[in-house]
Design a protein around this ligand. Structure first.
Ligand code: ZN
Length: 198
């Protein structure tokens, strides 16, 4: 049996609250981050879906986008977004590979104008996790398993996330955003977390 046929994804992660880094993950540091406001701990987990170009999976474009290296002239859609300075804390690719862009203790720029329970600027107090995907394409089973494992490690590292809400980007920015879309199976994630989604 070849290594490819035996491809595995990881479901046991360790997040260090001192560094804000999770292992094992590929680190791809984004310049689009800053400190959380004083007194702001992560209290909310926001799930996103992203693919670049939209609906196409694989390739370096998401990492390039979050690193301000997306070449505007390589795709018509990229010309629209290339100047945006955005990021997320982490990305889970279709094969379950985990990429980290921003330490969890710092502020990633993923939510934009947003609101949760009457609080604006959700970036201040949330963790943003991207799944490589599209609103109307089923996410991969391994993505749910890696997502659940990552959330478990975050909850161990950050007591403020222990009972935290897990929401979609569309839930906190409903006028602007639809991700992670109807394809995202909230019941599957809930089952993997032991029925623990608030
Ligand atoms: Zn989003």
């Amino acid at each position: 049996m070849t290594a490819r046929a035996e491809h595995r994804f990881l479901t046991d992660f360790l997040t260090d609250s001192a560094t804000g880094l999770v292992v094992p993950a590929r680190q791809c540091p984004s310049p689009n981050q800053d400190a959380r406001p004083p007194g702001c701990a992560p209290e909310l987990i926001v799930i996103h879906g992203i693919s670049l170009p939209p609906g196409e999976f694989g390739g370096p474009h998401i990492e390039d986008f979050f690193s301000n290296r997306l070449a505007a002239d390589t795709h018509p859609y990229f010309a629209q977004i290339a100047g945006m300075e955005v990021s997320a804390h982490a990305l889970i690719r279709r094969d379950g590979a985990l990429v980290q862009f921003v330490p969890f203790g710092r502020r990633a720029w993923h939510a934009g104008a947003s609101s949760w329970c009457g609080r604006e600027r959700c970036n201040d107090f949330s963790v943003g996790i991207e799944l490589e995907g599209a609103d109307d394409v089923a996410y991969a089973e391994c993505q749910y398993e890696v997502l659940a494992a990552l959330i478990r490690s975050l909850r161990r590292a950050y007591p403020s996330l222990a009972g935290a809400d897990i929401l979609g980007h569309a839930d906190i920015a409903p006028a602007r955003k639809t991700d992670p879309g109807e394809a995202f199976d909230w019941r599957r994630l809930d089952a993997l977390l032991g029925g623990d989604i608030s």
